[in-house]
Design a protein around this ligand. Sequence first.
Ligand code: BJW
Ligand code: ZN
Length: 243
Amino acid sequence: MDPLEFSRAKKAYNQSQKVCVLTGAGVSAESGVPTFRGTDGLWKNYNPMELATLEAFRRDPVLVWEWYQWRRQLIRKCAPNPSHFAISQMEKEKEHFLLITQNVDGLHKKAGSSKVVEIHGNIWEVKCMSCGANFMEEGDFEKLPPECGKCSSFLRPNVVWFGESIPREALETSIEALSSCDLLIVAGTSGYVQPAASFAQMAAKNKAVVMEVNIEKTPNAELVDHFFLGKSGEILSALVSEK
Ligand code: BJW
Ligand code: ZN
């Protein structure tokens, strides 16, 4: 990490008053949660992108549920890491703050974040395919696919699959914050999945300073004001540590 570049970014963080953070799977990688495009994300050689669709669920709900049950079992053992704690610290330091996460694992809330919108839903929530009933269920389901207690239709994870819309309120809250923030920090996302992939450009258009942290170069790396190649746990912790 270039120390001069980092001290500029730190100054921008210290001076900022309205902060937005956008996170992706890389932020939970240091907790042991597999990312989507990394090789650790593979389950039985299936591409996660082919399982995260309504078509896949309609074709083979047991297969898709087995994937989610595998992930739920993995995530259950994971604890928040320094990235999650650094971001919850930012919320305490800044009066105007919003965390927009694409992660469905719930680790940000576990780390103490409360101003958070989960734009791709939550893996611990299920909803009925027919009557829309939805509730939290953190335990394992004995029979797959699980069925709705009210109408006996299949339950599905309450997450956003490809081709589905981001819940309206979550999207509106995100866009409002991105249009008024003076700093956006993007961490641990490959930047390929819309609409989150456009959030950096949206904030930059509104004159926000944009910082990005990733262990690899991303499509936005050249566009942002400060790009840091490295682990988000280390870089975000350094950003919020001593002034
Ligand atoms: C580290 C690290 C460390 C690792 N430190 N970094 C416009 C143009 C083209 C297509 C579209 C478009 N608008 C919409 C679409 C279609 C589609 C889309 O974007 N397709 C693209 C692939 C092209 N988008 C949608 O369908 C979205 N809906 C929508 O826009 O509705 C309106 C509409 C619909 C249809 C057409 C047009 C408009 C919905 C997207 C839902 C995505 N859902 C998933 C699954 C959620 C449920 C579940 O978890 O099972 O969300 S897919 C998956 O990707 C998941 C993630 O949240 C999401 C993003 O992935 P993320 O977080 O970036 O993870 P990775 O693995 O890709 O990257 C990890 C990164 O971390 C890497 O860069 C590493 O280097 C890094 N890293 N360790 C820092 N320690
Ligand atoms: Zn139902």
